[in-house]
Design a binder for this molecule. Structure first.
Ligand code: AMP
Length: 398
């Protein structure tokens, strides 16, 4: 059984075709510059590649290009649509409406569209992509939506409420929703497998550290708290995002520099974080290289991010009254031994012991704590596409 997984942005479309019989990727690819020019790069599992620059005024042309790549190009992997059992879409914001994945229908499309106010960069693009996908693949192949927020829907009110006048929650649905839920779900499930225990019996902290970063506390098999909030800006500093700060700093800056709410939003989302502090880049590799050659702001950015990550982990240990396992994932979590060592060394007081040799790993699933460690520490490469495909299969099998 083959599932086609779609991760659409406003000008890009990432996809994978996954054979669920053995959960192997048959092909993956990316359409870029949709609405501007248009380009596709597609790769089959055996290494055959197809690349083309082709006009993509809308997502419909992008899906046409994907169909050509999958069914007709030199890197083709299927003969017809009939081989695709279902299509799974990644959706960033499901609000409080979507507590789990579900089949696409007109009402679902409308609701995702309405939630666009809370994810203006993502949900409108998802809606366009779902409609274009239906146009290209027809309505005989079931389509499923999988939300980045739904894993966090188990948070209790004490974790998701903001201490603002209650009216903003009732009237505008302002509360914490979280993000990266598909990744936290996948990684926490994986921790339970590696621990050979029921997830319900574990207290787990999952750290998704990439260009966007979030940390989640998982207890009784459920998300109890997460660092991202109403939007993916909240939490700790990321590539270009500030993370949490005193809102009064923002009203002060807005008044002093005569900035609008949209200006402030853009500053916090696109010009802050590692980029804003280092002035070098949003990419941790560039920042590490700059720090190595003596750039003090780059060093400060690294120190700040590590300190903030440590504090979130500490707060979730307190929130869960302990922790059995901590897992690192995402581009930074999977590839930065120094950051992982910093965290573990600072949790020594509670019996965390890192295996320095194992911690040298990059991008591989490895237990990096010693046998004596009171908490198991893992590096677990995330696989959001596979998680979406699994959910899609579960929904169509119901
Ligand atoms: P992601 O958003 O998960 O793709 O992660 C992107 C982040 O991971 C960037 O800040 C990269 O610098 C970082 N990253 C990727 N590979 C490495 C690596 N080998 N060492 C350190 N950081 C890395």
């Amino acid at each position: 059984m083959k599932i086609f997984v779609v991760n659409a942005g406003s000008s890009s479309l990432k996809y994978q075709l996954i054979d669920m019989d053995n959960e192997s990727v048959l092909a993956k690819g990316l359409c870029e510059r949709i609405g501007v020019t248009g380009a596709i790069s597609h790769k089959a599992a055996d290494g055959r590649e197809y690349k083309a620059e082709t006009p993509m005024p809308t997502h419909s042309e992008a899906f046409e290009a994907v169909v050509y790549a999958m069914m007709k190009s030199d890197a083709k992997v299927i003969d017809s649509f009939d081989e695709i059992s279902a299509i799974g879409h990644r959706i960033v914001q499901g609000g409080a409406i979507f507590k789990g994945s579900c089949l696409v229908n007109d009402k679902v499309i409308e609701q995702i569209s309405e939630l666009g106010a809370m994810a203006p960069l993502h949900n409108p693009a998802h809606v366009i992509a779902i409609k274009a996908c239906i146009k290209t693949f027809g309505d005989k192949i079931p389509q499923v939506v999988v939300f980045d927020t739904s894993f966090h829907q188990t948070m209790p009110p004490k974790a998701y409420m903001y201490a603002l006048p209650y009216d903003y929650y009732e009237r505008l649905a302002v509360r914490k929703y979280g993000a990266h839920g598909t990744s936290h779900h996948f990684v926490s499930d994986r921790v339970a497998v590696l621990e050979n225990k029921d997830k319900k019996d574990l207290k787990i902290i999952t750290c998704h550290l990439g260009n966007g970063c979030s940390i989640t506390a998982v207890k009784d098999g459920e998300c109890k708290d997460t660092s991202m909030g109403f939007t993916p800006l909240d939490g700790f500093m990321m590539g270009t995002r500030s993370g949490s700060l005193d809102p009064s700093a923002l009203t002060y800056i807005a008044e002093k520099d005569n900035l609008s709410a949209a200006d402030i939003n853009a500053i916090c989302n696109k010009k802050s974080g590692m980029l804003g502090i280092s002035g070098v880049s949003n990419d941790n590799r560039d920042i590490a290289a700059a720090a190595q050659s003596g750039n003090e702001r780059a060093r400060l950015a690294i120190d700040m991010q590590r300190y903030q990550i440590l504090k979130f982990i500490g707060s979730y240990i307190a929130a869960m009254n302990g922790v059995d396992a901590i897992a690192f994932t995402g581009g930074i979590g999977e590839n930065d031994p120094e950051l992982r060592e910093y965290v573990c060394e600072n949790l020594k007081y509670m019996g965390v012991e890192i295996d320095k040799e194992a911690n040298k790993c990059r991008g591989k699933e490895v237990k990096i704590s010693t046998e004596n460690s009171k908490v198991d520490i893992f590096v677990i490469p995330t696989n959001e596409e596979l998680a979406i495909a699994r959910d899609t299969l579960a929904i169509i099998s119901k």
